[in-house]
Design a protein around this ligand. Structure first.
Ligand code: ADP
Ligand code: ZN
Length: 205
């Protein structure tokens, strides 16, 4: 667990292109740090499933591989950070994704470090096409790189859930959004002295 005498709050930003492994590493780091994973992608998918106003608004952007408008995302995060489990800090996964999102975040949360998982574009398509998660516990797998064991998931389930936007066409749009709208954030956090680059083009461990 964290040394809470030194730190009142630790907020980690996991940064990187779609399919870099942010969610996978967040799940592992959750065990190591005790900090909850805050994934705007997961929150949006839950909203889409529940057919909330936010979900209905977000769906068209997500299906197209485009970013959901900043105001929607910032409201989601502002509400999420009020919850009890966020008091010692969180691991942001897939947020912030634009400079305005980072600026808005800075008004109510201090970012401790940005861990950037670097993966070249040509590896991303093969990573995204083929990935799935356990329908029961959410553990992330991949047909080729991290297959479901013959005995099923650690939780005992055999159900596989695949994301609607993990297709070759949508990946291209998501990569473009990453390069145009998200990668400028690297300079923002580098200037703040918070940016740490990690080679993500190797095995998960
Ligand atoms: P990935 O990192 O693999 O693209 P995510 O689950 O983080 O997957 O995001 C899925 C989709 O949800 C994105 O393509 C985008 O439409 C939307 N989304 C998630 N987080 C954000 C964000 N911070 N800002 C804008 N859109 C977001
Ligand atoms: Zn499972």
């Amino acid at each position: 667990m964290l040394d809470t005498e030194r730190w009142t709050m630790i907020n980690i930003v996991l940064f990187g292109p779609p399919g870099a492994g942010k969610g996978t590493q967040a799940q592992r780091m959750m065990e190591a740090t005790g900090l909850p994973q805050v994934s705007t992608g997961d929150m949006l998918r839950a909203a889409v499933m529940a057919k909330t106003v936010v979900g209905l608004e977000a769906k068209k952007f997500m299906d197209a591989g485009a970013l959901v408008p900043d105001e929607v995302i910032i409201d989601l995060i502002r509400e999420r950070m009020k919850e009890d489990d966020a008091k010692e800090g969180v691991m942001f996964d897939g947020f912030p994704r634009t400079v305005p999102q980072a600026e808005a975040l800075a008004e109510f949360v201090e970012v401790s470090i940005v861990l950037a998982i670097e993966v070249p574009d040509d590896r991303i398509v093969e990573r995204i096409c083929g990935r799935f998660s356990c329908g029961n516990c959410g553990a992330v797998y991949h047909d080729k790189f991290n297959p479901l064991p013959e005995s099923g998931c650690e939780c005992g389930s055999f159900s596989e859930k695949r994301r609607a936007d993990d297709t070759e066409e949508t990946v291209a749009a998501r990569l473009q959004a990453y390069h145009e709208q998200t990668s400028p954030l690297a300079a923002f956090y580098r200037e703040a002295g918070l940016f740490v680059s990690i080679d993500g083009d190797r095995d998960i461990d």
